[in-house]
Design a protein around this ligand. Structure first.
Ligand SMILES: Nc1nc2c(ncn2[C@@H]2O[C@H](COP(=O)(O)OP(=O)(O)OP(=O)(O)O)[C@@H](O)[C@H]2O)c(=O)[nH]1
Ligand SMILES: [Mg+2]
Length: 455
């Protein structure tokens, strides 16, 4: 085994060990790792996203040296996620058999259901580029008006999953729909949030413009739309390019030279995606452990508040019932047969009857009281869930006040919905104490952050 593969192997082992070390804590707090398996030995993945007919498949064919590996066409052409892998024997595999050819970290694709699995395609091709990179083509994004037509699987969930795993995400736009398709906007606002560091925006088909004025208008429209879709202040670099080999637009006066340079730049980024793979994995592991840490810290805080409220409610309930009982006996003693007079069978019988009455009344009052307490507790629980953002601000007050931890808000946006669902349904299963496991996790989070930052 070569030195590099040995180090890759030990890296994979150390990542798996890291996950295994905190698995018990994750299980106790009902946390599912976002990326349960990491395959650092697989080549980096480059994901092509974008509007339909924006040129994703054509770009892939261009990278494959002009071969027709992917079908291209003006109408929406592709409804599959195609993984292009390297192999001596060229073949196309679809569905469950295709999944078996993919690295283990892509196994969760199964969870998206049979509709998606049937749309997973693997194309094995004997091309040098594929020795260093796995290309992933995706179905074109369509317009908001067409959204009612279901894809039969969670498309945005799939985008999110792939964005998490892949190392470079290319988002293509074209002059016909410069950023306006509903799904593209929704993807940038939702599943791609948090992955902008690996996102590259490509304004393709620039050879279609006849003049600079024409181009400037479309480019302006794209920037305008992106400014509304991307929840970040700075507009990322946009690679304006086109694919060679087509006749220029009729009457075109635009110089395509600069667009050639930008295309080469993006092609070089694809070819050197391997350089970012190690960092991406490190970032993914750190993110997963950071989310687990946040999940545990927040869950413990809310769980303790619930436990305190629960004990207070129990104490109030026990005190209330005891008080009712005592008052009942005192009143019965004063108005009915007192304990001193409870001699003989008649008085004894009456005293027993009156005590039973007090007990039954106390039981009824306790029942009503219990209902009121439970209602109040459920309202408190709902309040806690509704005010999770406030609790987060208090729990992370110190870190947030420094103003340098924007990443915490990003982790919180991922943790919040999971924790809210958990609190609503299974709050009783959440532990109140972590017995040092949280401190151990925090040490590992700091260690993985340090490695990333130091790189
Ligand atoms: N003029 C010009 N046409 C292009 C360019 N890139 C792609 N096309 C054409 O655009 C059309 C759509 O290209 P595809 O590669 O099928 O687009 P896609 O994004 O894969 O489309 P879907 O699979 O439907 O999502 C085809 O007719 C291509 O020939 C380009 O740079 N310039
Ligand atoms: Mg296509």
């Amino acid at each position: 085994m070569s030195t590099s593969s040995t180090s890759e192997f030990s890296r994979e082992e150390s990542i798996q060990r890291l996950y295994a070390r905190h698995r018990a804590l994750a299980d106790r707090f009902c946390y599912t790792y976002r990326r349960a398996t990491v395959s650092p030995n697989s080549p980096p993945y480059v994901l092509f996203l974008g509007n339909h007919s924006s040129g994703k498949s054509s770009f892939i064919n261009h990278l494959m040296g002009g071969a027709s590996v992917q079908d291209v066409g003006i109408a929406p052409t592709d409804d599959a996620f195609t993984f292009l892998l390297y192999g001596e024997d060229e073949r196309d595999v679809v569905g469950p058999a295709a999944l078996e050819l993919l690295p283990a970290e892509l196994a969760p694709l199964n969870d998206f259901g049979p509709e998606l699995v049937q749309r997973v395609r693997v194309k094995v091709r004997n091309r040098d580029l594929l020795k260093n990179v796995v290309l992933v083509d995706s179905p074109g994004m369509i317009d908001a008006s067409e959204k009612s037509i279901s894809r039969g699987y969670d498309f945005f969930g799939m985008i999110k999953f792939l964005a998490e795993i892949t190392d470079l995400v290319l988002m293509l736009f074209d002059p016909d729909k410069p950023g306006t398709t509903g799904e593209a906007v929704e993807a940038m606002k939702g599943p791609l949030t948090g992955f902008f560091f690996k996102l590259r925006l490509i304004f393709n088909k620039c050879d279609r413009f006849t003049s600079m004025y024409d181009y400037a208008r479309a480019y302006g429209a794209l920037c305008w739309n992106l400014a509304h879709a991307l929840p970040i202040k700075d507009l990322p670099k946009i690679y304006n390019c086109y694919l060679p080999g087509r006749a220029p637009a009729e009457g075109a006066t635009i110089d395509l030279h600069d667009f050639d340079a930008l295309r080469e730049e993006i092609v070089n980024e694809i070819k050197s995606a391997n350089a970012r793979r190690a960092d991406n994995i490190q970032v993914a592991v750190n993110k997963d452990l950071s989310c687990l840490e946040m999940h545990v810290r927040m869950a413990v805080r809310v769980r303790r508040a619930l436990a305190r409220r629960q004990w207070a409610a129990r104490a109030l309930f026990a005190g209330g019932v005891a008080l009712f009982l005592a008052a009942g006996f005192l009143v019965a003693n004063a108005c009915g047969v007192s304990l001193q007079d409870a001699h003989g069978w008649r008085n004894g019988f009456l005293f027993g009857l009156q005590s039973l009455g007090v007990l039954v009344l106390s039981g009824l009052a306790g029942f009503v009281f219990f209902g009121i307490m439970r209602h109040a507790f459920n309202r408190f629980l709902e309040q806690q869930v509704a005010d999770l953002d406030g609790t987060f601000a208090v729990e992370y007050n110190r870190e947030l006040s420094l103003g340098t931890r924007d990443d915490l808000r990003q982790f919180w946006s991922l943790t919040h919905p999971v924790l809210a669902g958990l609190l609503r349904t299974r709050w009783r299963d959440l532990p109140v104490f972590t017995w040092g496991a949280l401190r151990r996790l925090q040490r590992d989070v700091a260690r993985t952050t340090g490695v990333t930052a130091g790189k």
